[in-house]
Write a protein that binds this ligand. Structure first.
Ligand code: 5RP
Length: 264
């Protein structure tokens, strides 16, 4: 794993990517700008039981302040980019949270999206550069999210290039989408990679995707909808954990999901 920076920087990244397994299960709840988030909206006030199974939460400032109890001991990866929604051009983002507020919120990392090939590609790359510069100044790691536009192909060539660019620009770790031939993505990216879950799919398929990604060199997942929109969110996150941290098979993990409680 590539780790730069001094004690504070390294300590923060170790809180997210667990040194024992070198892996992590992040729970993403930064979906407001996607629009369609059934499940999350209905239950977000009661999501605390789910949080304890996540190695880190990836979320926005408002979700953190409103939905995460301050006494919870969990690393926070704060999305600090905004300015667009599904209704407009998604790549038209800027940094919307100051590094001072991120530090005040005691975050373990900050994150923004980069849209390679998007209309505002350069702006998003400069957003990432700003985070890396500020993060290096204050000891805060940066997660780069290789977001894709509606028209973009999610293949290994594209996602590999986007992930590699993020790493070359100084991102501490990279979040991208799973695709066929995922080894081609991980093999050219010198920073650790976590995969997004993407749209809700049947639980077994989501677990298979997590397994494939780990086998292909990802260090973990940053999954949202496939966990919080599941009928058994706690079983699902435990199942994902078993794959990521314990090398469980998809069948073993699926059993864990099935044995989980319905709802939260
Ligand atoms: C989008 C994001 C989301 O956090 C990401 O999509 C993860 O959530 P999901 O697993 O629901 O896709 O960063 O750019």
């Amino acid at each position: 794993m590539v780790v730069v920076g001094d004690w504070g920087f390294q300590n923060r990244i170790h809180k997210i990517i667990k040194p024992k397994s070198g892996r992590c299960v992040m729970l993403a709840i930064d979906h407001g700008y996607f629009g369609n988030i059934p499940g999350q909206l209905k239950c977000f006030e009661d999501m605390t039981p789910l949080f304890e199974y996540a190695d880190a939460l990836m979320l926005t400032r408002g979700m953190l302040r409103n939905c995460v109890p301050t006494e919870l001991d969990i690393p926070i990866v704060l999305r600090v980019s905004a300015g667009s929604s599904m209704l407009k051009e998604l790549s038209n983002e800027e940094i919307n949270v100051s590094i001072e507020d991120a530090i005040r919120l005691n975050v373990s990392a900050v994150t923004c999206s980069i849209f390679i090939g998007g209309e505002y590609e350069k702006q998003t790359l400069m957003n990432l550069s700003k985070l890396v510069n500020e993060g290096n100044t204050y000891g805060i790691p940066t997660l780069a999210v290789t977001a894709v536009g509606r028209e973009m192909v999610r293949d290994a060539r594209y996602l590999g290039m986007a992930s590699r660019m993020a790493a070359e620009m100084g991102a501490t770790f990279v979040k991208t989408y799973y695709c066929e031939d995922f080894e081609e993505v991980t093999s050219i990216c010198p920073a650790p990679i976590v995969i997004a879950g993407g749209k809700k799919t049947p639980e077994r398929d989501a677990l298979q995707m997590a397994k494939n990604a780990i086998d292909a060199g990802a260090v973990g997942v940053d999954m949202g909808r496939n966990i919080f929109q599941s009928d058994k969110p706690i079983g699902m996150i435990q199942a994902v954990r078993a794959i990521v941290h314990k090398k469980a098979s998809v069948e073993e993990a699926f059993e864990i999901y099935k044995n989980g409680p319905v709802g939260l």
